[in-house]
Design a protein around this ligand. Structure first.
Ligand code: NAD
Length: 252
């Protein structure tokens, strides 16, 4: 096992990519703590895995402080919780029509959540002087997205904050690594909701697949495998890097 005796905490782990990461880490011998804003689904997921669940809204600073008193030391943190802003149906997120309120809501979860998570992790890893922080950004953190400006901006900021954290930790002489993962088109409840259930769903799904060089959606297990590598001691020389997992989308 690649994560024996490691305590790993994952945000947004009730479903989708976060849950797949929790499963992959557990299968490699880690002690896993699932966290999510959705208590019912998070508890059910943790119970099925035999892991521990702690409710956590990543945008809430006080909640991170409460978590720090419950879990003062951690080996791996995955900042995975994220929102597109489209959860409540279609809201214009283009740079002309996006509301400041929606822009801030998306940044509060994606960016503030990642900042607070990294800060918690640094404090919870520095005594040991080692650890791995994995920030789930997106393809949208590397290219502009005209219809999801708030999402793209927050994901781009995550990419750069990852590098600041990596350099800061290295400067302190700690083996605390911090990297970002940039997925695209991974079939999860998030994508399912974005595709909707309208009559044009098959065409929209086909268009996404056609744009992707590997001609299919990615699987959550494929993202989990990359997170597992970064969490493990096989990645001890990888820090401050950004890893795309997108079926070749960003290559073109
Ligand atoms: P998902 O919507 O299926 O799952 C996200 C989870 O985060 C949910 O369990 C949700 O309850 C939780 N969450 C939402 N707001 C939260 C908050 N404030 N605090 C704590 N938990 C919260 O999404 P997913 O597709 O599994 O995405 C996971 C991450 O991967 C996100 O950061 C997303 O932006 C990123 N991502 C996904 C894709 C993709 O193709 N699916 C592509 C690029 C990036």
């Amino acid at each position: 096992p690649r994560l024996t005796d490691k305590l790993c905490l994952i945000t947004g782990a009730a479903r989708g990519i976060g849950l797949a990461i929790a499963k992959a880490f557990q299968a490699e011998g880690a002690q896993v703590i699932l966290t999510d804003i959705d208590q019912a689904e998070g508890e059910a997921a943790a119970a099925a895995l035999g892991g521990r669940f702690i409710p956590l809204n990543v945008a809430d600073e006080a909640a991170w402080e409460a978590l720090a008193s419950q879990v003062p030391q951690v080996d791996v943190l995955v900042n995975n919780a994220g929102i597109t802003g489209f959860e409540q149906g279609y809201i214009a997120h283009d740079p002309e029509h996006a509301s400041l309120e929606e822009w801030r809501r998306v940044h509060a979860v994606n960016l503030d959540g990642t900042f607070l998570g990294c800060r918690y992790a640094i404090r919870a890893m520095k005594e040991k002087g080692a650890g791995s922080i994995i920030n789930i950004s997106s393809r949208s953190g590397l290219v502009g997205i005209p219809g999801a400006a708030g999402y793209a901006s927050s994901k781009a900021a995550i990419r750069n904050h990852t590098k600041s954290v990596a350099l800061y930790c290295a400067q302190q002489g700690w083996a605390i690594r911090c990297n970002s993962i940039h997925p695209a088109a991974i079939m999860t409840p998030m994508w399912d909701a974005m595709l909707g259930d309208g009559p044009d769903r098959p065409q929209r799904e086909a268009a996404m697949v056609a744009d992707t060089p590997l001609k299919r959606f990615g699987r959550v297990e494929e993202v989990a495998a990359l997170a597992l590598l970064l969490a493990s001691d096989e990645a001890t020389y990888i820090t401050g890097s950004e890893l795309d997992i997108d079926g070749g989308l960003l290559a073109g």
